[in-house]
Design a protein around this ligand. Structure first.
Ligand code: N01
Length: 589
């Protein structure tokens, strides 16, 4: 960091805007900026503020982190979010049909017994508007909004090693500083950039599922095309087909979608769960997926064909992720075992789709079940029995361009009024890398992660002190019920912070050795599974040029929690904790 002592007033500290070569001088009240090129002082366009902790994001992670740090630990905290309100993923993904894929009673916060008791979900799997209402309720109930700056995109995060602080630059030119930085920026929050030639020439409307407008989009009487058949596309297709004059689905890779078996909340079940919520949460956290499923049988290959069919039928009918995680434990490890469930799902698709040629196109054969995130559905396959829906295979006839009037593939042209892009995200690493994170000695996170993420426990990285990446790459998040995974990580991070405050430490970061071992462990686990052979966003394979590496910990929620608990019990084994040799040097003239 450059310092210009002659320009600094008594009581002031020096700050740097990493993106603009502008250095700010201020005590918290002044906004003098120094242009590094000309040496002249200018007034900063924004404020410079100081906090104990800064949080990025106001979704499930950011809201809980704010409550915990501010209300339970008494720290001064500021959260930033680019959105105009709380919600994170559930703020942006407002496309028709968006809903959660884990039962809402489990896909919710557990930190407040009162909150758990007072909120009642209207459906087994709640739709986006209800989840957003829930997060708004949480923000109001815990009075969180007053410490969140909305409409504020973070553009730079720079570690100041002299002062042992993070400097956070935002789009409006403001700078804030804090000792602790918590990223709750999410994992599927940076949309994939559409790579279609000519998209800017299309004369109709174009929508991204992941940045859906707040106003209702009316498809009535329109010819709609949708590109993408992942979890978002499958949910959107089912709903848009009901309204559009015609819907063309451009499918590159068919997916193994299975029923969610959604239904209105059964008041008896709701009462039972609420009476035993604490035990149920414990059971969830001790299970692989963070949902209180029963124990899967060890192998699909040692039971009779009849027993296997019985188990698959039961899981398929009960819905949710039971087929993947509550049937047989070897589905994601053994190709032969996986083929039994894959063929079961194909058969069900063939039963549900009237036209055999369409059914065959919808039946996945090029990857094992579960190695792309399995979507859940209600009447997805029946949608293809509608007269106003057509399926176009863009694997064999790829999209060539988007024209002024529609989509052109190598085998034909489709005239459209509306195009919906459900093409996914630059997942896991994307949200962190886009924030311009610079650690100790000017180390850029994007350079450190040039060949894929390197973290310790998926929450921290060597060279980036006091940074906590809530459910970051190489954590258990990919296969762990997200709200519980988030709470676990926020608890871990905030316990670290409490420990540092209690023991007068200024910095914490993982050792290179611990990080290297963790990366090797994560890779070893993934190599034992079927995941690496499939091109998926789990592997970074959906983004051209992104390193192809599995980005999650695959040992399951229970094993992951045990590792973190051991690290904590051993006084943060694998981390190095430091005290500043001299406390913040404040230049004086
Ligand atoms: O994104 P995706 P998503 N030409 O990457 C296709 C979470 N989520 O937004 O498979 C043609 O899964 C691409 O094809 P292919 C959940 O974790 C949760 O649907 O690459 N097609 C694929 O079909 C989920 O997994 C929920 O061949 C192109 C699709 O676009 C994650 O978000 C709901 C293409 C992208 O699928 C991401 O899901 C929704 C091209 N050039 C999402 N580029 C719930 O919990 C991409 N595609 C409910």
């Amino acid at each position: 960091m450059k310092i210009f002592p002659s320009m600094v007033k008594e009581g002031a500290v020096v700050k740097e805007n990493a993106t603009a070569n502008i250095f700010a001088l201020g005590s918290g009240r002044e906004n003098l900026m120094l242009d590094a090129k000309t040496g002249s002082t200018v007034t900063s366009p924004g404020k410079i503020e100081e906090f104990d902790a800064i949080i990025i994001g106001a979704g499930f992670a950011g809201l809980y982190a704010l409550h915990r740090l501010r209300d339970q630990m008494g720290l001064s905290v500021r959260a930033f979010d680019a959105a105009s309100d709380v919600g994170g993923t559930w703020y942006w993904n407002r496309y028709p049909g968006a809903r959660c894929d884990i039962e809402s009673i489990h896909y919710s916060y557990s930190f407040s017994p009162e909150l758990q008791q007072e909120w009642t979900w209207s459906e087994r799997f709640s739709a986006q508007p209800e989840i957003l209402r829930y997060l708004n309720h949480v923000a109001d109930r815990f009075d969180l909004r007053r410490d969140i700056h909305f409409n504020t995109r973070v553009t730079s995060l720079v570690w100041d090693d002299n002062n042992k602080l993070w400097k956070v630059g935002t789009e409006d030119g403001s700078i804030a500083r804090a000792k602790y930085l918590i990223s709750g920026a999410g994992n599927v929050s940076v949309p994939k950039v559409p790579e279609f030639k000519g998209v800017e020439n299309f004369k109709g409307e174009v929508y991204l599922t992941s940045k859906w407008p707040h106003e209702r989009v009316d498809f009535t009487g329109k010819r709609v095309g949708i590109i993408g058949t992942g979890a978002s596309g499958i949910q959107a297709i089912t709903e848009i087909a009901k309204e559009a004059a015609h819907l063309t689905v451009f499918q590159r890779t068919p997916n193994y979608a299975t029923p969610n078996a959604n239904a209105p909340t059964d008041p008896d079940i709701d009462r039972q769960i609420k009476a035993h919520y604490a035990e149920i949460r414990t059971k969830s956290r001790n299970s692989f997926l963070g949902v209180p499923y029963d124990q899967a049988q060890p192998s699909a290959l040692v039971v009779s064909a009849e027993e296997r069919r019985r188990v698959y039928d039961e899981c398929y009918t009960q819905g949710g992720f039971r087929l993947a995680f509550d049937s047989f434990a070897d589905l994601l490890f053994n190709k032969e075992a996986n083929e039994t469930v894959a063929e079961y799902i194909r058969e069900r698709i063939r039963e549900r789709v009237n036209d055999p040629a369409v059914a065959e196109l919808l039946a996945p054969k090029d990857h094992p079940y579960g190695t792309k995130r399995p979507p859940l559905e209600t009447n997805y396959y029946e949608t293809y029995n509608r007269k106003n829906v057509a399926l176009v295979d863009v694997k064999n006839s790829p999209i060539d361009a988007i024209t002024e009037t529609g989509v052109r593939t190598t085998s034909g042209e489709y005239k459209l009024d509306v195009i919906v892009l459900a093409i996914g995200f630059d997942a896991m690493t994307g949200p962190l890398l886009q924030m311009g994170i610079v650690g100790r000695n000017g180390l850029k996170l994007k350079d450190k992660w040039a060949d894929g993420p390197h973290t310790y426990l998926g929450i921290s990285a060597h060279g980036f002190p006091n940074l906590f990446m809530i459910t970051g790459p190489q954590s258990a998040i990919l296969l762990y019920n997200n709200p519980l995974a988030i709470e676990d990580h926020v608890d871990f991070a905030t316990n670290v912070i409490q420990y540092m405050r209690d023991h007068d430490f200024d910095t914490i970061e993982p050792t290179l050795e611990a990080e290297t071992k963790w990366v090797a462990h994560v890779n070893e686990l993934s190599q034992a599974t079927l995941f690496p052979d499939t091109d998926s966003w789990y592997m970074g394979a959906n983004i051209p040029g992104k390193p192809r590496v599995f980005m999650g910990y695959l040992g399951g929620a229970h094993a992951y929690r045990k590792i973190c608990a051991d690290v904590e019990a051993k006084g943060y084994e694998g981390f190095s904790l430091g005290r500043a040799v001299t406390k913040v040097a404040i230049a004086a003239t």
